[in-house]
Design a protein around this ligand. Structure first.
Ligand code: PHE
Length: 350
């Protein structure tokens, strides 16, 4: 019987030295230590021995069992480590000194200028409002002093939906809701209404290098007691000087929009020639950028605000235009093209 123990010990040692993976090792564990395993069989076979023999032989078998268990556990650990090492070896090696992949994506130029404008207006206390792209006739026109059949509707060739709603043709469509939303705080707490609302607009334009049927505007309104055109000019100048990182000259020309009175076209001095006159500004030295004006009393009234007590300005900055000027995009159609080649060249210069 002693011999059996010695033979088993040698056998196990031999097998463990050859085993190369965990499933083989499991089979060895079962073969020796399992319910029907050889060591278990030795223990079972002791029932016919004398008490004395049982004692000494039993101790030896148990010793072998412990030894075998320990050796198998040790081998299992070894094999697991080898397996991890093999996996690590098969992984690609990363060279941390390799230059960064310059092929990464970037934000769309319109997103870039939009965020920039938002940050600037936020520091001046303006709330930033998101507004739906599908609106009602009331929001887009009637609340803005443009009744049904008013000829001013012709200025914006609008996409109407079957249900009578429409794709907003200008961000001014949010004005009424904003006045209603913040009007209460204005009257009760004397907090001025200051909000900007950037958004995508749609008009049925024939497209060319300067016209698109889908474009972005950023509307802004400010309402309080004693708001005047000077406030409007100040905010526009500050914003534009920040966006272009230089002092921008502006001028106002009369412009007609039924929801402002007086209404203006705000021009900036041409950034290409510095105001001398060049082909980009049609030799005038000025570029048209932002229609604006003092909010019409009817619009304030419709928004629940007393025009006898409060005044305000509104502007409709052409975000698409601004992005084109800032990034020197010559053809507006590039912006909606989805062409990575055209768009990847613009990156945030913050
Ligand atoms: N909503 C006008 C347009 O898109 C622009 C505008 C906004 C004019 C605010 C005046 C005041 O044509």
């Amino acid at each position: 019987m002693e011999n059996q123990i010695i033979a088993l010990r040698n056998e196990i040692t031999g097998k463990l030295s050859e085993v190369t993976d965990l499933s083989e090792l499991d089979a060895i564990r079962v073969a020796y230590l399992g319910k029907k395993g050889s060591i278990t069989a030795l223990l079972k076979g002791m029932k016919d021995l004398s008490v004395e023999e049982k004692k000494s032989f039993g101790a030896k078998v148990n010793e072998l069992k412990e030894e075998a268990t320990e050796a198998i556990d040790k081998k299992a650990l070894e094999l697991k480590e080898q397996e991890i090492q093999r996996e690590l070896d098969s992984m690609p090696v990363f060279d941390v000194t390799t230059p960064a992949n310059t092929d990464r994506g970037s934000y769309h130029p319109i997103t870039l200028v939009q965020r920039q404008c938002e940050a600037i207006f936020r520091t001046m206390g303006f709330a930033i409002i998101d507004y739906p792209e599908i609106v009602t006739d009331y929001e887009c026109f009637e609340a803005l002093n443009i009744p049904k059949h008013h000829p001013a509707r012709d200025m914006q060739d609008t996409y109407y939906l079957d249900n009578g709603q429409l794709l907003k043709s200008h961000t001014s469509a949010a004005q009424n809701a904003i006045l209603k939303k913040y009007g209460k705080a204005l009257v009760e707490k004397g907090e001025p209404i200051r909000a900007i609302f950037p958004g995508r607009c749609f008009r049925n334009e024939a497209t060319d290098a300067c016209h698109e049927n889908t474009f972005f505007q950023m509307e802004g309104v400010m309402v309080d007691k004693d708001i005047s055109i000077s406030n409007l000019i100040y905010f526009m100048k500050t914003m534009l000087s920040e966006v272009f990182r230089k002092d921008i000259k502006v001028r106002l020309r009369p412009g007609f929009f039924p929801f402002v009175e007086p209404g203006f076209e705000l021009d900036i001095s041409c950034l290409i020639c510095g105001g001398e006159g060049c082909p980009s500004c049609k030799q005038s030295g000025w570029l048209e950028l932002c229609p604006c004006g003092m909010i019409h009393p009817n619009v304030l009234k419709e928004g629940g605000i007393d025009p006898e007590q409060y005044t305000g300005f509104a502007f409709g900055l052409g975000l698409t235009r601004l992005a084109m000027m800032k990034y020197g995009v010559k053809d507006i159609r590039n912006l909606n093209s989805g062409s990575l080649k055209a768009l990847a060249q613009f990156t945030d210069d913050e």
